[in-house]
Design a protein around this ligand. Structure first.
Ligand code: LLP
Length: 432
């Protein structure tokens, strides 16, 4: 499933020792496996091969230019959520014509930029947004391709902060309103009704919510497609990954065949959805982020101190919540392994960063090998929503990023020089 593995007692990414990378690039360091990226993209692309389809990588999960170029080279499109992301697509060598633009707050300037670049479709989240797109398109004398994002009111049963397909959420257009909105939008001169879209949430580890949601919207999609000669349907992104355990060594037998456990895989997804989607005769888009990049990345960090208190064994590391916020924000699990295998008993440990917040931890009371000052650790499955959610909190520079391909590796982002953090700031005139 991914290319982080032990060779002897050393942890490798593909053919490269992570300790060697930590030495050369320093820590905290994000490391990405090109092979895992390609493999995951191809698995999805192959699963959908029986249909006319396009995989649009949701670049919000990881927008490093090298990561994006790997996917663009495989023919990937991109799901963007800002003009900035669309500019990144262009910088990475991607094709704006294979881009869809999602998000509830598209500004007129962003709409104009996307129209000028000729994106494939705006995935619209409200009627006022459709009217605004029409106005901007009229000004530019263009017809804007759009799809309405249906909110099917089906819970993805995932973490509440990443569930999007119910009426509690700000996303999409209520299922019952969709038909009337298409009817009104069809009268707008500068709108081209190109498709229908849906996205019910992120980190879905079962196919069932997709199946339920697709079955619910299917009759409506058929009707709209016939009435307005639509070209595509997208059931969205959200395909989940296995975080625990991330490393294949010593893991349960089902690891080798997750589908047997009812876990979502490209094959099980295709098996359930293809029979529903094929009869539509439409082009099928999907917009996965995490599935492609999640297991393809690790965050490498060094132990600064080990501090024992009456109750705890704190392993204090040089990465912190500003580098990887997922555990603090979603209570998420990232497997933590030393770069060099340790023997001996495991100790319940809290791996924590140096930020002045009690929420700044990567795990709590987790049985881990005994590590000491200077040891290096990998936080696995950190390729999605890792670096992209990093901040400069506590004036900590953004980490460096490296791409590995077989035995080759190269820096994909330099560590941020600390002075760059305040480069845009000023001491205002009256204080001088
Ligand atoms: N399409 C739309 C409209 C989305 O909102 C998202 C994710 C995706 C596609 C891609 O979802 P994916 O395939 O990556 O699950 N920061 C959180 C995840 C936030 C997801 C936001 N939307 C995390 O770290 O778990």
């Amino acid at each position: 499933m991914h290319d982080f593995h032990f060779a002897g007692d050393k942890l490798f990414c593909e053919g490269v020792s992570l300790a060697a990378l930590a030495k050369e690039f320093g820590t905290p360091l994000y490391v990405y496996s090109q092979h895992t990226l390609e493999d995951h993209f191809r698995k999805l692309d192959t699963a959908l091969a029986p249909l006319d389809h396009l995989v649009c990588f949701a670049m919000k999960a990881n927008s490093n230019l090298s990561v994006m170029r790997v996917l663009a080279n495989l023919g990937s499109g991109f799901d963007v959520v800002s003009a900035g992301e669309l500019q990144r697509v262009i910088a990475a060598g991607g094709d704006p014509k294979k881009c869809v633009f999602a998000g509830v707050a598209k500004s007129a300037a962003e709409i104009e930029f996307a129209l000028r670049k000729g994106i494939y479709s705006f995935n619209c989240e409200s009627e006022p947004e459709i009217r605004r797109i029409n106005e901007v398109a009229a000004r530019l004398k263009k017809r804007a391709p759009i799809a309405v994002r249906i909110n099917p009111n089906i819970s993805a049963k995932t973490h509440s902060k990443i569930t999007t397909g119910t009426y509690e959420n700000k996303f999409g257009i209520q299922f019952e309103h969709v038909e009337a909105i298409y009817a009104r939008a069809s009268k707008l001169k500068n709108i081209w009704l190109r498709g229908v879209q849906m996205h019910i949430g992120s980190q879905l580890t079962s196919v069932t919510p997709y199946e339920l949601a697709v079955k619910k919207v299917l009759p409506l999609v058929k009707k709209l497609a016939a009435k307005y000669q639509l070209e595509f349907f997208s059931p969205g992104g959200g395909l989940g990954i296995i975080y625990n355990p991330a490393l294949a060594s010593g893991t349960p037998a089902w690891w080798k065949s997750p589908a047997a456990k009812g876990i979502l895989t490209p094959a099980s997804y295709a098996e359930k959805l293809l029979p529903l989607l094929r009869p539509l005769g439409l082009k099928i888009l999907i917009e996965p982020g995490r599935f492609i990049v999640g297991n393809a990345g690790a965050l490498i960090t060094r132990v600064e101190y080990v501090k024992r208190t009456g109750r705890k064994n704190f392993v204090i590391v040089d990465a912190a919540m500003n580098d990887l916020i997922r555990p603090a924000f979603y209570d998420s699990y990232h497997e933590i392994v030393p770069l060099v295998k340790k023997s001996g008993a495991l100790i319940a440990s809290d791996v924590v960063g140096g930020i002045c917040e009690s929420g700044d931890y990567f795990c709590q009371d987790r049985p881990l090998a005994k590590v000491g000052e200077g040891d290096e650790l990998a936080l696995l499955s950190a390729g999605a929503y890792g670096f992209v959610m990093a901040s400069n909190y506590n004036t900590r520079p953004l980490a460096a990023e490296v791409l590995v391909n077989g035995r080759k590796f190269a820096g994909a982002r330099v560590r941020q020089p600390v002075k760059d953090i305040w480069a845009g700031e000023k001491v205002v005139a009256w204080l001088k």
